[in-house]
Design a protein around this ligand. Structure first.
Ligand code: HEC
Ligand code: HEC
Length: 504
């Protein structure tokens, strides 16, 4: 408790320290230049003394421990973005050693403020694999992580973050403002990179690289869920005025405030949907006890009883998939456990002659332990392997209301089930269990633009490779999804973080 309140005092004094220049900027109505400070001055001002030094050290220790548990798989031991999962991701995890950050409230090329980094960690980076850690880690831990990641780049010792770029009052959103925004969009040649309607996706024509040496890509600006900096008025204004450092998206700080608002309004006039509500990255799924028999049928009446939980998924590689969600239900009796997953998919991709390359699929993954750091949610870790149940839309899956020629052949002539049981201890280590160890039954039905898939298994199989559901009150599970239409396959998929499965 004492530690927490002391901590608040430190960060508060830090804020005051940077406050005057911001107040100055706002009261003067123009932007002050970047003040240079000598290194000695900085050390003088920031070096903690005595008790403060001990607190800082313990904060860094906490940050380091959490980084090893949750960040190292993607950002790597030294923060260079070279974790074991990196080869499977686009965009790549950030190399934080250069001290360049896309999401900031500070001017182009300036360091982010602690608060900016805190917000990034809390909310994640939409449209990428970077999760919203605020859903599972507390504020102190996030602040500790902020301190720790700053140690990867000496830029944080040499410079101090600058003032906050002021965001003025938003003028009315009306036809005139949108029209002016459209003209500005043309005059400033935003379409060069984003396309005339803002709908371009993928690599830039010029084949531009970002500051980290990776191809830079643009996203469809009409899709609110892909805005990394957020799609509300203030958030888009901030992105335009601060730019996204390290990418070809420069800061438009030379454009007047009014003009920036017109641009914001023009972009908003093209939004294809409302800004989506936030679904937490980790939810509780209740498994309800029933006395009835459990069979692999997605259409069984018994599912009406089971509570539904929405689970949020993030695309690992696809620039266009963004977020998606699916609903999960669970039931168990004294022998078996069953799950039903449902998600919208406008065109089913089932194995058919000649078109079996990209199939729709869904997988459940179970952790060995009950704590979210017990193993990495991205397919486990060495010696902490996960158990995976993978369903694919083979030709035996039922499709209602679409003219698809029935094809009696299963994917694998030796298997009767559409579900395969596997184990993994990290990306690239998938192992299929032997035929006699395949004990999960599964069945999918596609109807009215939706897949419903059921998995059923015994509560306990006796095998140490299989998830056990006896004598446990909770269990961690994660979900992965493949959409054949989007050409998703193998590591190109959407995944959730750990969800807590509770038995009732
Ligand atoms: C599954 C992989 C993954 C994990 C785990 C992960 N990140 Fe990231 N992180 C990313 C990706 C991908 C990006 C880059 C997004 C982009 O460039 O648009 C990113 C970006 C960042 C950024 C830069 C944001 C900016 O403004 O440019 C920071 C800081 C960061 N992550 C910190 C963390 C911390 C701290 C953790 C652990 C609590 C963590 N990440 C865990 C994938 C991950
Ligand atoms: C030289 C190419 C280029 C030009 C010109 C350009 N952009 Fe961008 N813009 C990018 C790239 C690349 C990204 C994606 C950066 C990333 O996510 O790594 C981006 C991202 C964005 C985003 C998304 C922000 C987010 O939160 O994800 C918006 C909005 C945007 N640009 C608006 C504009 C507007 C408006 C203009 C004109 C005033 C413009 N851009 C001009 C390259 C450009």
């Amino acid at each position: 408790m004492g530690f927490v309140s002391k901590f608040t005092v430190i960060s508060f004094s830090f804020l005051i320290f940077f406050w005057p220049s911001q107040v100055h900027a706002e009261s003067q109505g123009h932007l002050p230049g970047i003040q240079s400070k000598t290194i000695e001055e900085l050390i003088e001002m920031t070096e903690p003394k005595g008790g403060e030094a001990r607190e800082k050290a313990s904060l860094l220790q906490r940050g380091k421990k959490t980084y090893r548990q949750f960040c190292v798989h993607c950002h790597g031991e030294r923060g260079q973005g070279k974790g074991r999962t990196s080869p499977y991701l686009y965009p790549l995890p950030r190399d934080v050693t250069l001290g360049i950050f896309k999401l900031r409230s500070t001017p182009g090329n300036a360091l982010p403020r602690d608060e900016d980094l805190y917000q990034t960690l809390r909310d994640g980076v939409p449209g990428t694999a970077m999760p919203a850690w605020g859903d599972v880690l507390n504020e102190l831990t996030l602040r500790a992580l902020v301190e720790f990641i700053k140690t990867f780049s000496n830029r944080f010792q040499l410079e101090s973050p600058d003032f906050i770029m002021p965001i003025g009052l938003e003028p009315a959103f009306d036809r005139l403002s949108v029209k002016r925004g459209k003209i500005l969009y043309q005059e400033l040649r935003c379409g060069r990179c984003h396309g005339e309607e803002g709908g371009r996706e993928g690599s830039l024509e010029q084949d531009l690289n970002d500051a980290w040496g990776n191809p830079s890509k643009v996203y469809d600006l009409r899709r609110t869920e892909l805005y990394k900096g957020g799609a509300t008025s203030d958030e888009v204004f901030q992105t335009l005025v601060t730019g996204m450092d390290g990418t070809p998206m420069n800061a438009y700080d030379y454009v007047s405030g009014d003009e920036l608002w017109h641009l914001v309004h023009y972009l908003q006039s093209n939004y294809d949907q409302q800004i989506p509500d936030r679904v937490k990255m980790s939810e509780t799924i209740i498994s309800l006890h029933v006395s009835e028999d459990l069979v692999a049928s997605p259409e069984a009446d018994i599912w009406k009883k089971a509570p539904k939980t929405q689970v949020k998924l993030r695309a690992l590689q696809s620039v266009s998939s963004g977020f998606s969600r699916l609903s999960v239900q669970s039931l168990h009796n004294d022998q078996k456990i069953a799950f039903r997953l449902q998600w919208s998919d406008s065109s089913p991709n089932r194995a058919e002659p000649g078109v079996s390359r990209f199939l729709d699929g869904v997988a459940l993954q179970f952790a060995p332990g009950p704590a979210i750091h017990s193993t990495y949610y991205g397919m486990g870790e060495q010696n902490k392997s996960v158990n995976i149940w993978h369903w694919r839309a083979d030709s035996n899956q039922k499709i209602v209301g679409k003219d698809i020629i029935p094809q009696p052949k299963a994917l694998d002539p030796f298997r009767e089930q559409a579900v395969e049981e596997l184990n993994a201890s990290g990306f690239g280590t998938l192992t299929v269990q032997s035929l006699e160890d395949q004990q999960v039954e599964g069945k999918g039905v596609w109807q009215d633009g939706r897949w419903a898939v059921v998995f059923v298994r015994e509560l306990d199989t006796g095998s140490s490779f299989d998830a056990r559901f006896v004598k446990v009150r909770k269990k961690l599970m994660a979900v992965a999804l493949w959409d054949g239409t989007l050409k998703e396959k193998n590591a190109n998929k959407r995944v959730s973080f750990w969800q807590e499965l509770k038995f009732k």
